[in-house]
Design a protein around this ligand. Structure first.
Ligand SMILES: Nc1ncnc2c1ncn2[C@@H]1O[C@H](COP(=O)(O)OP(=O)(O)O)[C@@H](O)[C@H]1O
Ligand SMILES: [Mg+2]
Length: 453
């Protein structure tokens, strides 16, 4: 657990931010130090310059004794430089609180030991200026850097503490965050393992927070629901296939048994074999229809999509099914005034409308009226196949799209209940919708496509 904690993304991120913070603080401190340092030092040098100017002025007006006076006066006033020195051409001290030094002009740094022999904090210095105020007469004014150095040490210590505290907080925050993250990952892993072990209905608990882990959990749950629905679907289909193939297989066996028990002549056997072939063909056609639906649902065929004129398809089918309708004394009418293109597969689209037209012809009593209308709007185009037969009750309009689903009263009509399932699959790969509604009386099936621009 402990090693895992440090390997998490949240811990890594926290560590990176902590390092960035430390780096930024160090850079900021460095810049601040440089600014304060140069400000302090120029202030010291400015004061020293003013002191030297005053000493020089004194010397110029009244000679060396006045210069000495100025030095003593300035030393008594704490606001100016706290170290002053005036020495003569012989290198002998005239006034001030420093021992005589080797004269140096400009900015000068003296070790503190020059002023106090007993001061053991010898690492700091006196910063100041040296100048000859007259030939041979040397003056120095400067300030002890001890105060500044002490402040500097305090500041460094404060920065050190701040950084340490920040690092401790960062590590603690990293551990807390990573723990929470790991705990939630563990629940996801456990749920997935439980599902793999067979508890298919288990789901990952989703907390109210809308963070990325919650979203991941919701997505995984949605995916599991979808897989569950698909599996349920597959289970349902297998049951339906087993159930619905029993009827034709039973009939085939019945015909064979009858032939064995009763057929005596070659002709009678021939008739029995013909029946058998007919039954087998029926079974085969069910299998190929099922296969076709699966292939279409899997998206096969989209590769061959192209512009297809719906008007042409509708008109062709109306011509083709005219005779079949007439046989049942039906009236078949088609209204498709304008040509409208959709993106799709001509064969599949024709098959879809054929299934709807055949239903309207076979599931209605003789003399019904079947109409095919095509209407286009701005963005979509709809094809309606309507009849004035018995229709489908509202609570069965969803179910008839399932494989093998047939209404009770439709059992006597030819068919295997796969027609509308194929319609739904074809509509789906064309991104079209199919809707069954009441034609009062009768059924109205509407397929709506998105129009091609
Ligand atoms: N136009 C219609 N009028 C009345 N019932 C219909 C119509 N179209 C479909 N049905 C009902 O829906 C069922 C499913 O239709 P379908 O999937 O095409 O299967 P099949 O036509 O092979 O029976 C049909 O058995 C029938 O009961
Ligand atoms: Mg049908």
């Amino acid at each position: 657990m402990e090693i895992r904690l440090f390997r998490t993304e949240s811990f890594r991120l926290t560590a990176i931010f902590a390092l960035l913070f430390v780096g930024a603080t160090l850079v900021l401190s460095g810049v601040l130090y440089a600014i304060v340092d140069s400000a302090f030092k120029s202030e010291v040098l400015l004061n020293a310059g003013q002191d030297l100017a005053a000493i020089r002025k004194g010397y110029d007006s009244e000679g060396i004794s006045e210069a000495k006076e100025v030095v003593n006066q300035r030393l008594a006033r704490p606001t100016t430089s706290n170290f002053l020195l005036l020495q003569n051409a012989g290198g002998k001290k005239i006034a001030g609180n420093l021992p005589a030094i080797t004269p140096a002009v400009g900015t000068v740094r003296l070790p503190i030991s020059a002023a106090r022999k007993d001061d053991r904090r010898a690492e700091h210095r006196i910063l100041g200026r040296g100048q000859f105020i007259a030939p041979g007469v040397y003056a120095f004014a400067g300030q002890d850097l001890a105060v500044f150095n002490a402040a500097e040490r305090e500041a460094l210590r404060a920065i050190g503490w701040t950084l340490t505290a920040a690092l401790i907080f960062a590590v603690a925050a990293g551990i807390l965050l990573s723990r929470g993250f790991l705990r939630r990952m563990d629940t996801i892993t456990q749920t997935c393992q439980a599902i793999m072990a067979g508890q298919l209905s288990d789901r990952i608990p989703v907390p109210g927070t809308q963070d990325e882990l919650s979203r991941l959990a919701s997505t995984i749950n949605a995916m599991l629901d979808r897989i569950n629905a698909l599996m349920e679907n597959v289970r349902q289909i297998s049951t339906d296939i087993a159930h619905d193939l029993r009827t034709p297989l039973t009939r085939l066996r019945h015909h064979l048994e009858l032939a064995r028990a009763e057929a005596a002549t070659v002709d009678e056997y021939g008739v029995a074999v013909d029946h058998g072939i007919e039954d087998t063909n029926r079974i085969l056609s069910i299998f190929s229809a099922l296969l076709r639906i699966s292939q279409i649902e899997a998206g096969a065929g989209r590769a061959s999509f192209q512009r297809v004129d719906l008007q042409k398809i509708v008109k062709n089918l109306a011509d083709l099914y005219g005779p079949a309708a007439e046989d049942k004394k039906h009236i078949l009418e088609a209204n498709a005034d304008s040509s409208v293109d959709v993106f799709g597969d001509r064969e599949l689209l024709s098959q879809m409308f054929v299934n709807l037209i055949e239903n309207a012809i076979t599931h209605t009593p003789d003399g019904a009226r079947v109409t095919i209308d095509m209407t286009a709007t701005e963005a979509s185009v709809s094809v309606r196949v309507a009849d004035n037969g018995p229709g489908i009750p509202p609570d069965e309009r969803e179910k008839v799209f399932r494989r093998f689903y047939r209404l009770e009263r439709g059992r006597s009509t030819p068919g295997s209940g796969l027609g509308l399932a194929l319609v739904a699959a074809i509509a789906q790969i064309h991104y079209a919708t199919v809707e069954l509604s009441d034609n009062a009386p009768g059924l109205c099936a509407t397929v709506t496509f998105r129009k091609l621009s």
